[in-house]
Ligand binder design. Sequence first.
Ligand SMILES: [Zn+2]
Length: 604
Amino acid sequence: MKLKKEIEIVRKNQKWDEIPWRKHYRIIRNLRRRIFKATRRRDIKRVRSLQKLILRSYSNLVISVRKVTQINQGKKTAGIDKHLALNKEERTKLIKYLSKHRNMWKPLPTKRITIPKKNGKERPLGIPTIIDRCLQNVHKNALEPQWEAKFEGSSYGFRPGRSAHDAMSKIFNPIKGERIKKLWIVEGDIKGCFDNIAHEPLLKKIEEYPGKEIVANWLKAGYFLKEVFHKTEKGTPQGGIISPLLANIALDGIEHKLGIKYKCRKDKRGNFWQTSHASIGIYVRYADDLVILTDSEEKAKNVRRRLKKILKSFGLELSEEKTKITHLYEGFDFLGWNFRRYKTSRRKRGEITYIKPSKESIQKFKNNIKEVFKNLKGKCQQRVIEDLNPIMRGWANYHKNVVSQATFNNLDDYIFGKLVRWAKRTHPKKSWKWIKNKYWGNLCPGRNDKWVFGYTSQNDKVRYLEKLAWTKIERHTLVKYKHSPDDPDLKEYWENRNKQNEERRLAQKLTKGKNKIAISTNYKCRLCGQELSSEGLNNLHKHHIVPRRLGGRDEYKNLIYLHAECHRQVTLKGELNPDILLKLGVKALYDKRKDRWIVHKTIK
Ligand SMILES: [Zn+2]
């Protein structure tokens, strides 16, 4: 009852700039948690009524509109509704329209475009209309928590709070030790997975879901390719917000059908212990990529046979030539890494398992760098640094949990070579000594490295290109068992874990100094309470608590990160508006005697 009242209160606020985001997000978070709990209790009636509630919820609608119109900003192609980005008046209109008509909406076909791939082939991409995207997000919030409570713990792709790195750790644990058994690997490659998933078994799985008609309509909506309509008899809608979730639902249950079982216990301290009946093997899936680790070649072949059968029941086919059975001595690639057992003198048994960046991943990175340098011809040094740093940081961060030092060194050399060519081309008449002194120096504080590419700007700030080799190699902690952020009993667990996840996601964007600002608010936006990365890296703004025009300084204490959307709301109301300061959880006092502002970020 209390909740319904709350929904009524926020409904009155309808101007886009006055929407109380924090409240809406809280309402949806709580509803998701309740759906999760009811599912774990197997109270299907309750799950259904909560799902109906969240589907009707005004909060769900506004945050979905925000998410879709926000993410959409960078997109260059519109759906068949021809809408690209929406301004705030249009967003308000959209919310009004949808709060009246969302139940009557008939999904429209997507617009399909093809994107050329590097290997000459083409990849199809579908773009649903804005209304379809909003409603897909609404339904995702209703369907996801239910399935989060049921999904197999071995699925890591496109799920809240989980990443490729968790999949990597899950594989590594049973093969890292001295005495290991799981030496034979089945590398599953599903032929065009998302395009081929059969509709009927998928719809049967969501039979109980109150919104299943519209989901079915999305699956069957068809698409336009070059103005010609095509039906969709199978597959999940390309490019739809709800598609990865639907694919995960469709592919859920493989582990169970293979006969792999786990026992899960909770000890007195509330820690989870998982023991596996791993006689058959260990199974790890990331979206449509999967591997199974087994003891013998015999078992591996057996597992592959059964996997084929199981997938057939989903309408899917294993690619015959790509689904290999490999021994760990040969090594295998998964999600950009190579897992392999090496000979060594450092261990008693003379063997050790390493994960390294895969050859393919290194080649992709090199191609990327090559492409960037092509566009840097005739550009200034500042551009070179600005363009390269985010790419390098991103790549280093993806690989910082594996054995990457040697690869990092090699790639630094590769980039150095490119930089020398760029510099020589920019100054064809100068000597190497002149060039070297102009562009390289001992510029990174705290490091004794005179080969740092950079410069000191007019206001005495040092700008330089970071090196991959500077990345600290760290271990990644595997997400436990079936843990999901929708589980209300695990608030603390996720609170800690999110910091780790956010740091990685934002690493591409933030230097160390900027990272410090982000840490000070626990990687959250203080206005809406959501994670900083939740709206994409380009929608992040640095906010001066006391604005510079009033004498606020460009220093750590005076800065926080906000989402672009939230930042707009803050500046619109006035930065020093007491209401805003309260919302942001900061204090700003003007010290008359010293003639300056004193700023405090309070703990929130
Ligand atoms: Zn925000």
